[in-house]
Design a binder for this molecule. Structure first.
Ligand SMILES: O=C(O)CCC(=O)C(=O)O
Ligand SMILES: [Fe+2]
Length: 335
């Protein structure tokens, strides 16, 4: 457990680092770009000229276990949209974890302003939320060890996140390790909960809120992937939509303008606005729809547009983690 003094020092280092990042030329330009509502203005100018993106032909593959060849097709070559491994987590473990999650859940605002339709179980504060204020930052580092210990205890030593870490380490040609930040180990996964009362003041469309968690112009062997292990499946809703598009592959000046504007809209700031959601949907081809069962694992590039259909009956519980791919080096696991 970290002392108060160490936590304060970490926060100071974190603030300095964040200030340095903000001063980088690209980040300054980007913040001005948003502040002056440039995306909205450009969108109005080009609206009729924009073209719908073509799918890149990538499919969702279903396999009994992760293999080196499927991981390389997904993460090194962006050839497939997602890997779906049924029954990755034993059903009794899924049941025990999701029962506990439901007993203690909190609604976080991401980046201090935007509410989401996801809740998070105790000890599961998202790193993105913790990065923005001192109270949540402390909680992240104070709660991470207990959270992991409790997940393992509830899983009777069979926590599927541990299995995933081992599989990735053994099957990715350069191994896998837990992420570090300022010399501290990051938490390997969070626990997310969705239910019918989502706290959002907008009515969410049938396919959910389309977004990306990484830039959608996908590069080979570089990017952030999202892994979800489904612990409880709702009676209605909760399907995962993934659009098999790679905005980097779209050619021509018209394609370039369309994809740059689309990429901007799928950034968190616009995601919670129905008007922009309609525009995003209009520019995308048909989606892959995955209806996971209890215990399934799905991994996909988080720069591919994706969404979760609103839960209208029952609850949905997942363990989620991000996997950073950084060329010929170990995968980085973090949440
Ligand atoms: O819960 C899911 O199925 C996916 C949620 C999501 O947006 C993500 O993992 O990035
Ligand atoms: Fe996401």
């Amino acid at each position: 457990m970290l002392t108060e003094q160490t936590l304060e020092q970490l926060w100071e280092l974190h603030i300095n680092q964040t200030h340095k990042e903000k001063k980088k030329i690209w980040n300054l330009i980007r913040s001005k770009f948003y502040k002056w509502q440039t995306p909205e203005i450009l969108f109005k100018i080009f609206r009729t000229y924009l073209q719908r993106c073509d799918a890149d032909g990538s499919k969702v593959i279903v396999e009994k276990q992760l293999t080196e060849s499927s991981l390389c097709a997904l993460m090194a070559r962006n050839e497939i949209s997602a890997i779906h491994v049924p029954s990755f987590c034993p059903p009794d473990v899924a049941e025990s974890l999701s029962r506990k999650a439901f007993e203690e859940y909190t609604h976080w605002k991401l980046e201090g302003i935007i509410s989401t339709d996801m809740f998070y179980a105790g000890g599961s504060i998202p790193k993105e939320a913790a990065d923005h204020n001192w109270i949540d930052f402390q909680r992240y580092f104070k709660e991470r060890e207990d959270f992991v210990a409790k997940q393992r205890e509830l899983s009777l030593g069979n926590w599927a996140v541990d299995r995933l870490r081992l599989d990735l380490d053994e099957k990715w040609p350069f191994g896998a390790c837990l992420g570090k930040y300022l010399g501290q180990t990051l938490r390997p996964a969070i626990m997310r909960i969705m239910d019918a009362k989502n706290n959002l003041d907008i009515s969410v469309p049938k396919q959910g809120l389309i977004h990306t968690d990484d830039f959608p112009r996908l590069k080979p062997s570089y990017g952030t992937f999202s892994a979800n292990i489904y612990l409880k499946i709702p009676e209605k809703g909760g399907e995962l939509y993934i659009w098999g598009v790679n905005l980097r592959k779209i050619q021509g000046i018209r394609g370039y303008i369309s994809t740059q504007l689309l990429a901007t809209l799928m950034n968190q700031g616009y995601v919670f606005d129905i008007k922009w959601q309609e525009e995003i949907l209009r520019l995308l081809p048909e989606a892959h729809v995955i209806k996971p069962n209890v215990g399934d694992l799905v991994i996909f590039h988080s720069g591919r547009p994706h969404s979760v259909a609103p839960v209208t009956k029952g609850i949905r519980v997942t363990n989620q983690l991000f996997i950073d791919v950084r060329g010929k080096s170990p995968l980085i696991i973090r949440s």
